[in-house]
Design a protein around this ligand. Structure first.
Ligand SMILES: *Cc1c(COP(=O)(O)O)cnc(C)c1O
Length: 375
């Protein structure tokens, strides 16, 4: 019998919290405070408390969060910003949009995150910032990254779009929430993200008061005082209705993370002794919130496997099929095919399986059995 599985089951998740969500949306409509104020301020405060960070700046989406972060740092055309080549395009897109120079570096085969060796080798006198991406919900090596940034006087902007709620433990034992370690952190509330709203949304995190005031102004047409524009800004806001939804879902974030970790543990158990499948490697300094559960296939026809799964109602995705240095829009003399071999190898062998907050034991078993059947 075929089961119909989804990559993410937002409908079942909604059914369980429908009353609270509907009440939150209705409250915004009754208040007619659709932009700023009210629910946006409440959610901002609750997220600041959850993260233990001084400033949360709600914005329109995760890409805007990254853009405004770089604008806030006052980087100038020609400045180099180092990012991993194995990530979602937004990370490098904002760098290019601002006329800054994206410097794409290779990643670590086990964890999919920025390679510390590659990062160190990429630093030049023009380097101004590093954007580590905590890919699939697990932190990059933040001990090393913060030390390198300190030594070379670089800014760190964390792309925490996939990792909200993950916790990092530094070598000295101190702990930090995702996006709260660098100078600035950025997240996305895209519906399928771990803390997702019902449309677009995003936020910027920082403990720096000066940067917070400036970035808040930039997100609001560059104005601190109404109709006085101190910076060239943008218009990027989190709607009140989205804030109301997020304020409900934030209460469940830790439960949602645990549910994802349970699924990942079941997958690990089913696949860890299968030679053709390599389970996601762990950074022991970080919890993993499993925005994605991503296998590496070893000598398996990926397209064939995907077709086999799809025929049995099981979706799967390739995050990401083409590293950024091989994208048409980002082609550059600086990079030839083969230059960033780990990312290129990963792009050819990764496969992400369904993982979400509503998955049942039965569904997990159905997926693992059908996958192993193909091998
Ligand atoms: C989702 C995502 C973004 C962009 O977020 P949007 O809200 O879709 O703009 C940026 N970086 C990474 C790594 C992401 O996963």
């Amino acid at each position: 019998m075929t089961m119909e599985i989804q990559m993410v089951d937002l409908k079942s998740q909604y059914q369980k919290i429908k009353q609270q969500i509907d009440a939150g949306i209705q409250e915004v409509i009754d208040s007619t405070t659709f932009i700023k104020g009210g629910k946006v301020n409440e959610f901002q405060q609750h997220l600041e408390d959850y993260l233990g960070v001084k400033h949360v700046i709600p914005v329109g989406n995760g890409t805007d969060a990254l853009l405004i972060a770089l604008m806030g740092l006052g980087l100038q055309p020609g400045d180099e910003v180092i990012t991993p080549t194995f990530t979602f395009i937004a990370t490098a897109e904002v760098v290019a949009l601002l006329g800054l120079t994206p410097v794409l570096v290779d990643v670590d085969y086990d964890t999919f995150n920025i390679s510390i060796d590659a990062l160190e080798q990429a630093i030049t006198p023009k380097t101004k910032a590093i954007i580590p991406v905590h890919l699939f919900g697990q932190h990059a090596d933040m001990d090393a990254i913060m030390e390198i940034a300190h030594t070379h006087n670089l800014y760190v902007v964390e792309d925490a779009c996939q990792s909200i709620g993950a916790v990092y433990t530094f070598a000295d034992g101190s702990k930090a929430q995702s996006g709260c370690m660098g100078h600035i952190g950025c997240t996305s509330f895209f519906p399928s993200k771990n803390l997702g709203c019902y449309g677009d949304g995003g936020a910027i995190f920082t403990n720096n008061d000066v940067l917070a005031i400036k970035m808040r102004a930039i997100a609001n047409h560059g104005m601190e005082v109404r109709y006085h524009h101190d910076y060239v800004g943008v218009n990027s806001r989190l709607d009140s209705i989205q804030a109301a939804i997020l304020d409900v879902k934030l209460k469940y974030l830790d439960n949602y993370i645990r549910a994802r970790q349970v699924v990942a543990a079941e997958y690990d158990k089913a696949f860890s002794n299968v030679e053709q499948l390599i389970i996601p490697g762990r950074n022991l300094s970080s919890t993993h919130v499993f925005h994605q559960y991503t296998l590496k296939l070893n000598g398996v026809d990926r397209a064939g496997l995907q077709t086999h799964l799809q025929a049995r109602g099981i979706p799967s995705m390739v995050y990401y099929p083409v590293p950024l240095h091989m994208q048409k829009a980002y082609k550059d003399k600086r990079y030839q095919e083969g230059d960033l071999p780990v990312a290129e190898k990963l792009a050819a062998c990764v496969l992400s399986l369904p993982i979400h907050t509503e998955m049942s034991e039965k569904q997990i078993q159905y997926i693992t059995e059908n996958l192993i059947d193909y091998l």
